[in-house]
Ligand binder design. Structure first.
Ligand code: PLP
Length: 406
């Protein structure tokens, strides 16, 4: 990409200047969490050094300023995902909490015995376990939508599984383990035709793909700030207004109430009904800095650069003897999972780490997917906007060295 200045972008991520085991850090674990850019670090610093105060219930200067900034992030997320209203954007701790919120409020209240919840084999445990927990409670059934050998959701199987017992379909937009980009717009349409609601786990897609909740027509969408250069401990749940309004609250406590008496408590409106207690104020404020940063580069540019890295890395890694890439979907984002004949991923990860290269090894919180491919684990390299082709070359050299050692 000619007009892409990756060197300039790298300067915005101070952690890239550090060394690990006396080697320059090569950070290829972006699907787990991205590094943080300077505007995010500065926003956190500013809040804690000059502006710390609780929000929503103070009339003093700092409380009011904090409230305005916190609510600005809500508006910013509203624009980012094209939500109809800002109050349909609920702040949570992360994707996991967002999904648990839907399962423990919407699903617990509206699922009936015998209903089905469809989930794909590609799902992260946080998009499996909360549904299993509620299914067990209400007598519903969790049904798996299989994937093909490329790691794509089997669309024919999906269509066949849809029937009038299916109440909820929940899948990721992009798989964290394989990088598969799922055709969620079409899948959502099919779910609606069958009378089911659709939950989108956008943890991996929010910093790689343009998301428009109205165009997708999804019923809920969840993502985490820390996978988009923002702070940990902050996430988002978007929901359709009609659904959010009929859901019971998630947790009880401050902010989510209207009037409390010992006889009866009435609840606040959206979004506060779902935001009990003091939230991660600094984190939410800094999330806006992350979104602004992404938009200052442009999602299209980010996507194009990451795709170039994916293609380059796929070609280079495929040339290594004994290396098998797991997940070769036609539509893929910048994640490469692989195995190497005769080498355990854990050993590969440890030896790469000694060379300053951070990759993730293990089941990536997707044990059913590992089972589908008959493997216990993979090594996963995941690229972000600040990675370079030289880093891919270093990964390839590191793997060859590791292979020789093992
Ligand atoms: N869903 C997917 C696809 C993920 O990749 C992750 C995290 O890796 C999660 C859910 C859980 O996100 P968090 O741990 O931020 O709640």
């Amino acid at each position: 990409m000619d007009n892409f200045d990756v060197a300039k972008i790298r300067k915005d991520f101070p952690e890239l200047e550090r060394t690990v085991h006396e080697k320059p850090l090569i950070y290829l674990d972006n699907a787990a969490s991205t590094l943080k850019c300077t505007p995010v670090i500065e926003a956190l610093n500013l809040h804690y050094s000059h502006e710390a105060a609780n929000i929503h219930r103070g009339v003093h200067y700092l409380s009011e300023m904090g409230t305005v900034k916190y609510e600005e992030t809500r508006k910013c997320i509203q624009k980012l995902i094209n939500s109809e209203n800002d109050y349909q954007v609920i702040f949570t701790k992360g994707t996991t909490e967002s999904l648990n919120l839907i399962a423990s409020t919407y699903a617990r209240k509206f699922l009936k015995k015998g209903d089905q919840i469809l989930l794909s084999t590609l799902e992260h445990h946080s998009n499996i376990v909360p549904w299993q927990m509620v299914a067990e409670e209400v007598g519903a059934e969790v049904v798996e939508i299989p994937v093909n050998d490329l790691g794509e959701i089997d669309q024919d199987a999906y269509k066949n599984l849809l029937n009038d017992r299916v109440a909820i379909v929940s899948t990721n937009h992009i798989s964290n383990s394989l990088g598969t980009i799922n055709p969620i717009k079409e899948m959502i349409k099919l779910a609606h035709e069958a009378g089911a609601i659709y939950v989108v786990d956008a943890a991996q897609s929010i910093s790689h793909e343009k998301i428009d909740v109205q165009d997708l027509d999804c019923d809920f969408l969840a993502f985490s700030s820390h996978k988009m250069f923002g702070p940990t401990g902050v996430g988002v749940l978007y929901g359709k207004e009609e659904l959010l309004n009929k859901m019971p609250p998630y947790q009880g406590g401050g902010d989510m109430i209207d009037v409390v008496t010992f006889e009866k408590t009435t609840y606040n409106g959206l979004p506060h009904k779902f935001e009990a207690g003091t939230p991660h104020i600094a984190g939410v404020i800094a999330l806006k800095a992350a979104v602004d940063y992404i938009q200052s580069i442009g999602l299209n540019k980010i996507k194009a650069w990451e795709h170039e890295l994916l293609e380059y890395a796929t070609k280079k890694l495929s040339e290594i003897e004994g290396l098998t890439i797991i997940g070769t979907a036609k539509e893929k984002t910048s994640v490469i999972s692989f195995t190497i004949d005769g080498a355990h991923p854990h050993d590969i990860g440890t030896l790469l780490d000694r060379q300053g290269i951070a990759v993730r090894t293990g089941h990536h919180c997707t044990q059913p997917l590992m089972k589908r491919f008959n493997i216990p684990a993979t090594t996963r390299a995941s690229f972000s906007v600040y990675n370079t082709k030289e880093e891919v070359d270093a990964l390839v050299a590191g793997i060859i060295k590791t292979k020789e050692f093992l």
